[in-house]
Design a protein around this ligand. Structure first.
Ligand code: ADP
Ligand code: MG
Length: 255
């Protein structure tokens, strides 16, 4: 068995714009993500992070090149279902991901769609809520919860589908500092304890400290790559990429 979870091979992704022109959001990107890896993707708005994330789940297909998820080619229509179960997606706004009026029903939604047996669904819901530390809110209405709690419910909903890999596209961007911390603790736990491969897109440099590897995107390409210590020590490059230098300088001392 291969130890590669996601393989992106010379991928170019072109969007057709309103003026009927092609715009390359990704240009010849290659990237390999190992099983169990915790990868953080940085880069400012418009650099192609979300586009890259959507390729990992067959929400987008490459214009050129190939994307493999646990060995499955995302352009193989017979594999789309398997691919989406292997790599779960969590988005920025938890309100767009919560579908039910009670927490436990919300978390059950994914496995129900997968055709999982009712008793197994109940087991998975309990386990997922336990992992995100939201068991006591099982019977609550999701819309009454805080942002951090809602995002953890959204994560539980993905966990209940048993993915090997979770792609999180700025899951903390809309949260206050305490919600951000709760969600970061959850993400770290998913990687360290549940052994999930994590791809975490964020603007917050401090959320990248615990990663195995960071990549920085700029204009549709990977322009910096390495362990946190390595990447954060390249202050001049980081500055030119528009990232938060004071924050980085502080973090380098912690590493
Ligand atoms: P990021 O997540 O890093 O902010 P995106 O991947 O969302 O970047 O976008 C990369 C580039 O592609 C941006 O210039 C954006 O305007 C453009 N883009 C994104 N989605 C579309 C779309 N559906 N149609 C046309 N252009 C798009
Ligand atoms: Mg984005």
């Amino acid at each position: 068995m291969s130890d590669t979870m996601i393989k992106i091979e010379n991928v170019t992704l072109e969007y057709t714009t309103n003026e009927d022109k092609e715009f390359a959001a990704l240009k010849d990107v290659s990237l390999e993500i190992k099983k169990g890896e915790f990868l953080v993707i940085l880069g400012h708005n418009g650099s192609g992070k979300s586009t890259l994330a959507k390729l990992m789940n067959a929400l987008l297909l490459p214009t050129e090149g190939k994307v493999y998820v646990n060995g499955m080619d995302t352009t193989d229509m017979n594999k789309v279902w398997d691919i989406r179960q292997t790599a779960g997606m969590v988005f920025q706004n938890p309100d767009n991901q919560l579908v039910a009026t009670i927490v436990e029903e919300d978390v059950a939604f994914g496995p129900e769609n997968q055709g999982v047996e009712p008793s197994e669904i109940r087991r998975r819901v309990d386990e997922a809520l336990e992992i995100v530390e939201m068991s006591q809110y099982k019977k609550h209405a999701p819309h009454l919860l805080s942002g951090g709690q809602k995002q953890r419910i959204a994560i539980a909903g993905i966990l209940a589908m048993n993915p090997d890999c979770i792609v999180l596209d700025e899951p903390t961007a809309m949260l206050d500092p305490s919600g951000r911390k709760e969600v970061m603790n959850t993400i770290e736990k998913l990687n360290k304890e549940q052994k999930k491969t994590i791809i975490h897109i964020t603007h917050y440099m401090d959320e990248a400290v615990g990663a195995d590897r960071i990549i920085v995107m700029e204009e549709g390409q990977v322009v910096l790559e390495g362990a946190p210590k390595e990447v954060f020590s390249k202050v001049e490059e980081i500055k030119s990429l528009g990232l938060d230098v004071p924050q980085v300088t502080e973090l380098v001392h912690e590493l």
